[in-house]
Design a protein around this ligand. Structure first.
Ligand SMILES: Cc1cc2nc3c(=O)[nH]c(=O)nc-3n(C[C@H](O)[C@H](O)[C@H](O)COP(=O)(O)O)c2cc1C
Length: 210
């Protein structure tokens, strides 16, 4: 199969300046709700891009866990590669693709850590196995063998039983957006792209070439 010959024309919908909300958070929620209603697979999975202090990029999937008027949040191990990169260079962009709706959104901005209270609250809502894993795995570090991880998980289980405290090395980050771009696929690659940019105390919307 020649992958160069794979192409698809996008026909489902259009994106028009007169129909989008002036507030990109409202617009994002509207598209997220439509993705949830359409039963899109993994509707909250985002590709999160970070960079180290030299600007070398890295990208991985994480799950979006919160959206409010401040920004977009996700949770991770602060000692991981992304955690270290966001500490030394607190800027990020994520891309979310709802392929069944022929839509993508890109969100870029500065990043802050969630408060310990916010992280602890979310941690307490996770299944116990995920909580144990957060103690047992030093995310992004090299493992000699899978068994090391499994042994550490068992030790963690012995140590905490069914009351797993919130680890200080684990928590959330919030992206405070400066730019949010909504993309709707259109026929013949003439896609619609509306990009919100944050000014002093309002958002400006511009249309970008596809
Ligand atoms: C769909 C999906 C969702 C994921 N969600 C998370 C997440 O919410 N938090 C997280 O730390 N890793 C998540 N991962 C694992 C990351 O992609 C990645 O392997 C891990 O965070 C280590 O990345 P890093 O070494 O760049 O820090 C997810 C992976 C996939 C495929």
């Amino acid at each position: 199969m020649d992958i160069a010959s794979i192409r698809r024309d996008y026909q489902r919908a259009a994106l028009d300046e007169t129909h989008v909300d002036r507030d990109p958070f409202v617009q994002f929620r509207k598209w997220m709700d439509e993705a949830l209603q359409s039963q899109v697979d993994e509707p909250t999975a985002i590709a999160l891009a970070t960079a180290d202090a030299d600007g070398a990029p890295s990208v991985r999937m994480v799950l979006l866990k919160g959206i409010d008027e401040r920004g977009f949040s996700f949770f991770t191990d602060y000692r991981s590669r992304k955690g270290r990169e966001l500490t030394e260079n607190p800027r990020a962009e994520f891309c979310i693709h709802w392929k069944e709706l022929e839509r993508q959104v890109r969100v870029a901005g500065t990043v802050e850590k969630l408060s310990v209270l916010e992280s602890a609250r979310y941690f307490a809502s996770r299944p116990i196995e995920s909580c144990l894993g957060a103690w047992a795995s030093l995310q992004s570090s090299v493992l000699g063998h899978r068994k090391e991880l499994e042994d550490r998980l068992e030790e963690t289980r012995q140590r905490f039983g069914d009351k797993v405290p919130h680890p200080p090395h684990w928590g959330g980050f919030r992206i405070l957006p400066a730019r949010i771009e909504f993309w709707q696929g259109r026929p013949s690659r003439l896609h619609d792209r509306l990009c919100y940019r944050r000014l002093e105390n309002r958002w400006e919307v511009v249309r970008l070439s596809p």
